[in-house]
Design a protein around this ligand. Sequence first.
Ligand SMILES: [Fe+2]
Length: 179
Amino acid sequence: MSQKEKASKIRRNAKLDTPTSLGAEAKQDISGALNALLADFFALYLKTKNFHWHVSGPHFRDYHLLLDEQGDQLFATTDVIAERVRKIGGTTLHSIGHIARLQRVSDNDADYVTPLDMLAELREDNARLADRMRETHSMCDEHGDVATASLLEGWIDEAERRTWFLFEATRATEPGGRS
Ligand SMILES: [Fe+2]
């Protein structure tokens, strides 16, 4: 990159450099972790909607509605995560391609997935998402970013609620279960 290009990149980045008293290292670490989480939220949102659209069988109505509710909750969080990144002076996701490069939640493009497998897969995805948010919370604590830590606490609770509902719904369909 030429000197001129470098200077113009610095000028462009400066326009997006929201003032914050968190240090440069905190901004970089927390933005990076939040953007990866944001990609996970989008990937899990779409997988949850995918299963909402394709679920079938005797528990259709219950599962269809449960997954719709969970999808709405995941989607509602995405904007708050992205804006938190901007508040601390970072830049966030730009595209579906950007999500695909960062997501750790794996897609499921199978033509048919049994309802039980759908719920079990989402249960694991939500549990892993909570684990990653706990790791990010520790990082925020190290940097003294109490606001991001506080947001994460709510999102962890929501992920644990989703996991709980998916766990109970999965149990109900096991042999000898309630239904
Ligand atoms: Fe729907």
